[in-house]
Design a protein around this ligand. Structure first.
Ligand code: SGN
Ligand code: CA
Length: 527
């Protein structure tokens, strides 16, 4: 902790301690560096101490956690990329900002949070994955990837490229860190800044940088407890999804077994693996395929006599290894940003956030991807460093991605618009992670993107840290709606749906009513 010789009041809430004598002329408002990955699971951040991450640690994200607060109850309001980004930009629920699904559009008449900070004197920048259909807005500077972005030699658009995306040589995660540092280096040092660093990594198809292709090759990653879930007691959504490692993960596109006979395997017919390597240089492509061919040799030899279970376990290992190789590079980039902030004496007036656009399944319930209100995708990693605060803390305050907008406004001293249901997290930070009095008791979730690729039914629900009530419905009205209810204290893996258990009748009635009241309160009309 810094010794506080002079204090600067930030917005309505926080005092940053600035040691006397240095940086007397620096801006009074706190800078914000917001780092967000795409699909990063808390299970693969070693600060969260999950068995997977113990074998593939993230020392730099942990370094941030040692200086800050690890949130163990951080959630999203709609577990998908564009809805999560629209929520970040507007501070509004999906049904309020229009971006309910992956491919529909945000209501562009809404003012974006960075526009409000810009108007209050902040320099703002967006680097990396933007993903929404509208133009980036509210940024003095931006360098954004095209659509989902590419890992190798990705294309970026800037305010100077006349709307065109220009290819840059390099690996996306490293380029994004370069550009973020470049922005900080060139900024006007007399004004505060808000910098969004949005990685493409570790989104599917999990392409690691060349230097890490063999990392963890000999490590055997443990299967999650729920890998063989049979979805007993849960409804059609859990049973009919298409997110299974055994049957929906492609051998060629996802798992890079380029010599695999795709006619043997249903889901490969739909995947153009060449497309995923199309912007590699010829040399990169040759080296890449040779590296995977070497690794695949033993598998292809053994595969003919493998049992189905051995085959699925092999898929799990390849999936996790490529995923954590991609994360290794993300972790390096976090280290570079922290080094920059430290060596430029920015740690005492910069709030740093590390998070993801949602969680991700690392084989839990047999799955990859996200979407569900079940824990691993609903919950997202969140670590926040606040200058002058104690480090190495954990928080079980109930927070949601709706809160980032209000938090940034609070830091900038800009009043929060009335229609935002999120809450500034600053009071939680000030209380070393403890929930302030009159903090929210429940969170609302709503998923809409019921599309064939992963086939997850629409659902909404309410969660109070212990109990989760979910209502699944079919937008076409062809399938019946149904409910699920879980007690996470006795069943943290959400395997036992208690909705029909008479012992829980009183509680389920209470949650059904609370869900209904929340929908009315926030104006949800579809469910
Ligand atoms: C792509 C992926 C899906 C993924 C969505 C949404 N398929 O469509 O697996 O769920 O993105 O991801 S892929 O074959 O194109 O890789 S999100 O993170 O953008 O929400
Ligand atoms: Ca995502």
């Amino acid at each position: 902790m810094l010794s506080c010789t002079s204090g600067v009041a930030i917005g309505s809430a926080l005092t940053v301690c600035i040691p006397a004598g240095i940086h007397a002329d620096r801006p009074k408002q706190m800078n914000i560096v917001y780092i967000m990955c795409d699909d990063h699971s808390f299970q693969t951040i070693s600060a969260y101490q999950h068995p997977l991450s113990r074998l593939a640690p993230t020392p730099n994200i942990d370094r941030l956690a040692r200086m800050g607060i690890r949130f163990d109850r951080a959630y999203v309001e709609n577990s998908l990329s564009t809805p999560s980004r629209a929520c970040l930009m507007t501070g509004l629920y999906s049904h309020q900002n229009g971006q309910t699904m992956l491919d529909n559009a945000i209501d562009t008449t809404i003012t974006f949070i960075p526009e409000l900070l810009q108007a209050s004197g902040y320099q703002t920048a967006m680097i990396g994955k933007w993903h929404m259909r509208c133009e980036p807005r509210g940024f003095d500077d931006y360098r954004v990837l095209s659509n989902q972005g590419e890992y190798y030699n990705p294309r970026f658009k800037t305010p100077d490229t006349q709307g065109r995306y220009l290819r840059q040589k390099g690996y996306a995660t490293e380029l994004i860190a370069d550009y973020a540092i470049d922005f900080m280096e060139k900024r006007d040092k007399n004004r505060p800044f808000l910098l969004y660093v949005h990685h493409k990594a570790p989104h599917r198809p999990w392409l690691p940088p060349m230097k890490y292709l063999d990392l963890y090759e000999d490590v055997d990653f443990p299967l999650p407890e729920t890998f063989y879930d049979d979805y007993d007691s849960r409804g059609a959504a859990a049973r009919d999804q298409r997110m299974r490692i055994d049957s929906d993960m492609s051998m060629i596109y996802d798992l890079k077994v380029y010599g695999y006979d795709s006619t043997l395997y249903d889901c490969d017919r739909f995947k153009n693996w060449k497309g995923s390597l199309s912007n590699f240089t010829q040399d990169e492509r040759r080296a890449w395929i040779a590296a995977y061919d070497r690794k695949n040799e033993a598998f292809l030899r053994a595969s003919e006599s493998m049992t189905h279970d051995e085959f699925v376990r092999w898929k799990f290992q390849r999936y996790i290894k490529d995923y954590v190789r991609v994360i290794k590079s993300v972790d390096d980039s976090v280290g570079r940003l922290l080094d920059y902030l430290e060596s430029n004496h920015l740690m005492d007036n910069t709030l740093i956030v590390y998070t993801s656009d949602q969680g991700f399944y690392m084989g839990e319930h047999g799955w990859f991807d996200k979407r569900f209100m079940y824990e691993e995708s609903f919950r997202t990693p969140l670590i926040i460093y606040v200058p002058g605060g104690k480090g190495g803390l954990t928080s079980d305050a109930l927070v949601q991605n709706l809160d980032f907008g209000p938090t940034f406004l609070d830091i900038a001293g800009v009043p929060q618009p009335e229609n935002m249901y999120g809450r500034s997290i600053l009071p939680v930070l000030r209380r070393e992670g403890r929930e302030p009095r009159r903090w929210r008791k429940t969170l609302y979730y709503h998923f809409y993107d019921h599309t064939p690729e992963h086939n997850v039914m629409r659902h909404d629900g309410i969660f109070d840290k212990r109990y989760k009530f979910i209502h699944f419905y079919d937008e076409t009205g062809n399938k019946p709606s149904y409910e699920e209810f879980f007690d996470l204290q006795t069943d943290p893996n959400e395997l036992k749906n208690l909705i029909d258990d008479p012992k829980y009748r009183r509680l389920t009635d209470k949650f059904r009513k609370a869900l209904d009241a929340t929908r009315k309160d926030i104006g949800v009309t579809e469910f």
